[in-house]
Design a protein around this ligand. Structure first.
Ligand SMILES: [Zn+2]
Ligand SMILES: [Zn+2]
Length: 181
């Protein structure tokens, strides 16, 4: 997905691209792949140029299956995120001893080299930036029994973990009981 900067017309270039489940599975680190799977990925952006400075404005739309962080049941997610990059020309690659790869640092400061901008790293970065840290199937999710692994949304287990949804004050309650003794 290379853009040749000097060939960007005055009205800009629009780029639309999609990625499939196979792409997501190849790109995702293990810990991401354990929590998420992609159904579809759509990427859309407009690349504009003012002199040598390039702006990339776009949207990424993801349809995913995630597992609930508490009970591990699958949930469907639809996520949309906007992004905006400004890219300036960097030093020509010849000045860097033939080093051909763009480093992460180049991306952060928004540099491009040799009249080319590769949109692929931007697409990849935007897909993974959209993923939430926690995915909960519902606020009331009771999760799994820490002892036997029973899904407590479905029913009780012999450990009595189904009595109440886990409360952040549970620890305090236990503390008071101990003091009275
Ligand atoms: Zn859940
Ligand atoms: Zn149990």
């Amino acid at each position: 997905m290379d853009i040749i900067v000097s060939e960007i017309p005055p009205e800009g270039v629009s780029v639309q691209s999609s990625r499939d489940q196979g792409w997501f599975r190849r790109q995702a680190p293990d810990e991401i792949r354990r929590q998420f799977d992609a159904e579809s990925i759509l990427f859309y952006c407009i690349v504009d140029r003012m002199g040598r400075q390039v702006t990339i404005k776009g949207t990424v739309h993801l349809r995913l299956t995630a597992s609930c962080t508490r009970c591990l049941e699958p949930i469907g997610l639809s996520l949309t995120g906007d992004f905006f990059y400004t890219m300036n020309p960097g030093r020509p690659l010849e000045d860097r001893g033939g080093e051909m790869e763009l480093t992460m640092n180049d991306l952060e400061v928004g540099l491009y080299n040799n009249d080319r901008i590769d949109l692929e790293p931007i697409l990849t970065e935007q897909v993974f930036l959209q993923l939430p840290i926690r995915t909960i199937c519902g606020e009331g999710c009771r999760g799994l029994c820490p002892v036997c692994g029973t899904n407590l949304n479905r029913g009780a287990c012999e450990h009595g973990m189904n009595a109440k949804a886990p409360s952040p004050f549970a620890v305090l309650r236990n503390f008071k009981v101990t003091k009275k003794r």
